[in-house]
Design a protein around this ligand. Structure first.
Ligand SMILES: [Zn+2]
Length: 69
């Protein structure tokens, strides 16, 4: 079951709060990573991320199913 993370702060050129698989090469820098825990798919991770950041979106590369815009 993959571990997911979300970036805590906006990064230049990316959305403010994007959900990634922990090891995604497009994921946030270490200091900016918030651990969401393990989920069977990105949907569970998104639900948790949205409690923290209502504008969260899935990463186009590692969580395409959850990428909405
Ligand atoms: Zn990603």
């Amino acid at each position: 079951m993959p571990r997911y993370c979300v970036n805590k702060n906006a990064q230049s050129g990316t959305r403010d709060h994007e959900v990634h698989v922990w090891d995604c090469e497009h994921g946030p820098d270490e200091w900016n990573k918030l651990d969401l825990g393990n989920f069977p798919s990105c949907h569970g991770a998104m639900a948790k991320a949205k409690l923290l950041y209502p504008t969260a979106d899935g990463c186009y590369y590692c969580s395409r199913e959850c990428h909405t815009s």
